[in-house]
Write a protein that binds this ligand. Sequence first.
Ligand code: SF4
Length: 142
Amino acid sequence: MNILVSACLLGVDCRYCGDSCRNEGILNLKDKHNLIPVCPEQLGGLPTPRVPSERKGELVVGKDGTDVTEEFQKGAEQALYLCQLYECETAILKKNSPSCGFGIIYDGTFTGNKVSGDGVAAELLSQHGVLVLNEDNYAEGL
Ligand code: SF4
């Protein structure tokens, strides 16, 4: 089946700091599935590297105070577009991210604290019926 995957988990250097978080187990899924890489923050027009951002209520704010909510929303819509184009019913997304995290995200204080909540893209995908997994629980979910 086609599975939407956070591009950073597939080894793409698209994280805010310019590196990836390549996950060999997820990469190995390519032997059985078609993996569709997406990076919502890049799809929203943000550069790499970029200032890290976190959700603060309904907003997404950079560590420098810049409001990047619009870019995050655009990226989420682009991720949903690709998800629907490829008819993905499942997504494996990077945990804790303000875009890709699902269930737990950073709390908006840039201190490493986490709270219950979803990243902007993960939230939108879930609202459209996509099963959102992460790098820790994908094996049980597939
Ligand atoms: Fe990875 Fe998602 Fe962040 Fe892009 S937006 S770097 S895919 S966690």
